[in-house]
Write a new protein. Structure first.
Length: 164
């Protein structure tokens, strides 16, 4: 099959083009990369190139060079975790009432009953308490722990793909 190319076209089929404005000129042959479904007959060359008639939606996405192109990666931040051990028992003093602190833990903090290498598991009056206080940021927001990077300062543009 033969195609007639517009020699005034500035791009090749499949080229992704970024513009700071929504203005597209006559000989650019660009479609917005907004997740739209395109007609497989009208845009046959582009559909053959992509292997699908659904364009990727690049709105709100940052592009990253990678050995596996075409993969959508969800937003996220590295998780923040930690753990603190509270010494409790007849021969130790702590700066806060751990019983009240544990009952009021919120956000990324939680306690459990693991005692690790510490033998004492009771307060001075014999109450059993968890020793380990944990911190897990994903407990307060699911965005933590979903990525190994943080989004940099950004300038937004419109993403288009050339179809002719």
């Amino acid at each position: 099959m033969f195609y007639i190319n517009d020699t005034l076209s500035k791009h090749s089929v499949g080229d992704i083009v970024y513009k700071p404005l929504t203005k597209v000129t006559e000989h650019e042959y660009l479609l917005l990369l907004d997740g739209q479904t395109i007609d497989g007959v009208t845009y046959k060359r582009l559909v053959d190139y992509l292997g699908t008639n659904v364009l990727p939606n690049l709105n709100g996405r940052y592009l990253r060079a990678d050995t596996t192109p075409g993969t959508m990666v969800e937003a996220g931040l590295p998780n923040i975790t930690g753990r603190a051990h509270a010494l409790v028992g007849p021969n130790s003093r702590i700066a806060w009432d751990i019983k009240d602190t544990i009952s009021g833990l919120t956000g990324p903090f939680y306690a459990d009953g693991s005692y690790g290498a510490y033998a004492s598991s009771t307060t001075t009056n014999g109450e059993t308490l968890p020793h380990d206080l944990h911190f897990d940021a994903s407990r307060s927001s699911a965005i933590y722990g979903k990525s190994d990077t943080v989004t940099p300062l950004t300038y937004t543009v419109r993403a288009y793909i050339c179809y002719a």
